[in-house]
Design a protein around this ligand. Structure first.
Ligand code: SER
Length: 332
C-alpha cells in the first residue's frame, strides 16, 4: 500500500518540486499538497489545497479527512526573513511544527519529514566539516527554531512513538520556485541574473563559502530518508547532509564558463552576518553510514544543469549561453 502523504508549504521552493516527485512515485491520488497561499485555479485544478499550519483544527481536519499517514512538513520562515520578523519566525516555525506533531500523534500519522538546516550551527561550531554533534548555539531566530524544532521532533518520537525524520539542509539551489527570505538565496538569484541581465550584485562577499545542494539531491535525500528501514534511522533530531561547498566568487566563475560576459559585483548587506555565523562545510558521515546518503551533483554539474533548465524555463535560445559546453558532469 502506498503511503497517504500530506505536504505543507507545497508551493515553496522545496515543496513545488517535492510534490511532483512524490506524485510520480506514489500516484497523484496519494498526495495532498497544501499551502497557506493558494490561488483559486490551483484549488479547482486539484493541485493545491489551502491549509494554514497555524490552525490546529484545520491541520487535524485535513489529516482525518484524507486519512493521511505520512507528512512532509515544509512550511517555514527562512533565516533573513526571520531576522526581519523574529516573532513571525518563532510562531510559524515552532507553533506550526507543534501543530503538525500534535495532529499527527492524535490522528494516526506514522511518519513525518521535517527539514532542519545548517542554521542550527552558530559561530562557535567548527567552520570546516562541522560535526553531527557540534554544540548548537545559533545566533538567528531561524536557527533557534531549528534547534528547538529538532528537540521537539525527538521528544515526540520518544513520547508519542511518532517516526520523525529530519536532515539539516544546506542552501538549496533550484530552477522551479524561487526561495524567499533565506541567506543562501543569492545562489539561485545569480542564475536568473546571469541569463536575464548578464549582471548581478551579490549580497554576500566574494569569499563567503557556504554548504550548498542541488534540488534533485535534496529531494532524493528527503525521500530516501523517509523510505529507510526504521532500524537504520538512529537520529530523530536532524542528520547533517552535504553535497558541495563554494564561495560566491567560485559560483560566479563557474557560471562565467557558460555565460562569458556575466559580471558580478559584491555589496554585502545584513545577510553577511548570518552567513558568517554558519559553517563553510559540514560532516555528513552519520547520514552516509546510517541510511546510505550520497550526493549526485557537484558545482560544475549543478551549474550546467541549472543554466540549461532555467534557460528553457525563461524561453532563452541555446545560443545565448553554452549550458552544455562546461566541464560539469553528473557524478555516478
Ligand atoms: N537556505 C536557508 C536560509 O538561507 C538555510 O537553511 O535561510
Amino acid at each position: 500500500m502506498p503511503p497517504k502523504i500530506m505536504v505543507t508549504g507545497a508551493a515553496g521552493q522545496i515543496g513545488s518540486e517535492l510534490v511532483t516527485a512524490l506524485r510520480k512515485k506514489y500516484g497523484d491520488r496519494n498526495i495532498l499538497a497544501t499551502d497557506k497561499a493558494v490561488t483559486r485555479s490551483q484549488v479547482s485544478a486539484g493541485v493545491l489545497e489551502q491549509l494554514d499550519v497555524m490552525h490546529l483544527s484545520s491541520v487535524e481536519r485535513a489529516i482525518r479527512t484524507h486519512e493521511i499517514d505520512t507528512v512532509y512538513h515544509l512550511a517555514a520562515v527562512l533565516s533573513a526573513a526571520g531576522e526581519a520578523n523574529p516573532d513571525l519566525a518563532w510562531d510559524v516555525n515552532m507553533d506550526g511544527l507543534k501543530n503538525i506533531l500534535d495532529a499527527s500523534a492524535r490522528h494516526g500519522v506514522r511518519r513525518i519529514f521535517w527539514p532542519s538546516s545548517i542554521g542550527v550551527f552558530g559561530p562557535d561550531a567548527p567552520k570546516t566539516r562541522a560535526p553531527q554533534d557540534a554544540a548548537l548555539n545559533p545566533t538567528t531566530m531561524y536557527g533557534v527554531t531549528k534547534v528547538a524544532g529538532e528537540l521537539l521532533c525527538a521528544y515526540y518520537s520518544g513520547r508519542h512513538g511518532l517516526d520523525v525524520r529530519s536532515v539539516r539542509f544546506p542552501g538549496l539551489i533550484s530552477s522551479e520556485a524561487k526561495p524567499g527570505g533565506g541567506t543562501t538565496d543569492y545562489a539561485v538569484e545569480i542564475f536568473y541574473s546571469a541569463l536575464q541581465t548578464g549582471r548581478y550584485t551579490c549580497f554576500l562577499t566574494e569569499g563567503t563559502v557556504l554548504p550548498m545542494m542541488y534540488m534533485p539531491d535534496a529531494l532524493r535525500a528527503a525521500i530516501s530518508l523517509m523510505e529507510a528501514d526504521p532500524a537504520k534511522v538512529r537520529l530523530h533530531t536532524g542528520y547533517n547532509i552535504a553535497a558541495m561547498s563554494f564561495s560566491a566568487g567560485e559560483l560566479a566563475s563557474e557560471i562565467k564558463k557558460h555565460v562569458p560576459d556575466f559580471s558580478v559585483t559584491y555589496a554585502p548587506d545584513s545577510r553577511q552576518a548570518i552567513a558568517d555565523s554558519w559553517p563553510k562545510s559540514i560532516d555528513d558521515s552519520a547520514a552516509r553510514r546510517d541510511w546510505g546518503w550520497k550526493e549526485s551533483y557537484d558545482l560544475p554539474a549543478m551549474a550546467a544543469d541549472m543554466l540549461s533548465k532555467l534557460g528553457e524555463k525563461l524561453g532563452l535560445k541555446q545560443k545565448t549561453f553554452n549550458a552544455s559546453g562546461g566541464p560539469g558532469r553528473r557524478k555516478r
